[in-house]
Design a protein around this ligand. Structure first.
Ligand SMILES: Nc1ncnc2c1ncn2[C@@H]1O[C@H](COP(=O)(O)OP(=O)(O)OP(=O)(O)O)[C@@H](O)[C@H]1O
Ligand SMILES: [Mg+2]
Length: 259
């Protein structure tokens, strides 16, 4: 499904966090990285799309007003991984994935539900954790279980808020590779908040940079990741190199003084 965000604004009390954010046509089958410094409003933007955060402006899914979708429709179409997955509960990994699958659709769990939960846990390489209580898992294992929750209903739109923050290098590459394959194979539309510019360059088709409540840059990784954007937005001096397949690689050279 095509997601479009036009003139989106959001406030906390008097603090304006998003101020007329324009994100035209996020196309099906693509991975979009949402970048920006701490407190830029990335999580606020993702929560606004989900209706978890009050906002003004236009948001559409395939041209239809997203705000008019029922909560149930919205959660069937959009998978979401919050930034803080926290909750060290006594349920097992498979139980929390089943909870995410069944939300609002009755309590009976049948073979098909179990197969769906197992399949997503297989995709993420965490099937062996099924019977382990969540509070006994490592931080990275818990993060992968939470990703399984966001994927188990096979959503058409996937919003991931810093999904790799607790993952080792191998699992970072594995997870973003999986999202990229789901986009290519199933036409999933993915938007992922990230801090690692090089992971974004490697896996995203499009990079959107949020800064000062607005979109500071929007385009392909090569268009967006320039020394000027990195200096203006992150206050870091960097040079851009290219790896063997032409993917830009950001090499930081030092922090610049505060503006
Ligand atoms: N519940 C809240 N109440 C008041 N202000 C909030 C609330 N949540 C976030 N903010 C403020 O809104 C701004 C944007 O926060 P947000 O969490 O969207 O940033 P972010 O880009 O996701 O940052 P990070 O990279 O640190 O996760 C920040 O200034 C933050 O302090
Ligand atoms: Mg955030």
């Amino acid at each position: 499904m095509k997601l479009e965000i036009l003139g989106l604004s959001s406030h906390y009390g008097r603090r304006t966090v998003l101020n007329g954010v324009q994100v035209p046509a996020i196309t099906p089958g693509s991975v979009t990285a949402l970048l920006g410094p701490n407190a830029a409003g990335k999580s606020t933007l993702l929560r606004s799309i989900l209706g978890l955060q009050a906002s003004k402006g236009t948001m559409t899914l395939d041209g239809a007003d997203l705000r008019k979708l029922s909560r149930r429709d919205r959660s069937a179409k959009i998978g979401y991984l919050p930034q803080d997955v926290g909750a060290r509960c006594a349920l097992t990994a498979i139980e929390v994935v089943l909870l995410a699958l069944k939300q609002g659709t009755g309590w009976a769990v049948d073979e098909q539900d179990l197969a769906a939960a197992h399949s997503v846990m297989d995709d993420l390489g965490i099937r062996a954790l099924s019977e382990r209580p969540l509070h006994e898992l490592s931080g990275g294992q818990r993060q992968l279980v939470a990703v399984a929750q966001s994927l188990v209903r096979r959503p058409q739109i996937l919003l991931l808020d810093e999904p790799t923050s607790a993952l080792d290098l191998h699992h970072q590459l594995d997870l973003l590779g999986l999202v990229q394959r789901l986009a290519r194979r199933d036409g999933l539309t993915a938007m992922i908040a990230l801090h690692d510019l090089n992971l974004a360059a490697r896996f995203a088709d499009r990079i959107i940079v949020l800064h000062g409540g607005k979109i500071a840059a929007d385009g392909t990784p090569a268009e967006v990741l320039t020394p000027k954007v990195i200096a203006d937005v992150w206050r870091v001096q960097a040079r851009i190199e290219s790896d063997r397949d032409g993917t830009p690689m950001v090499v930081p050279e030092g922090a610049l003084a505060a503006a």
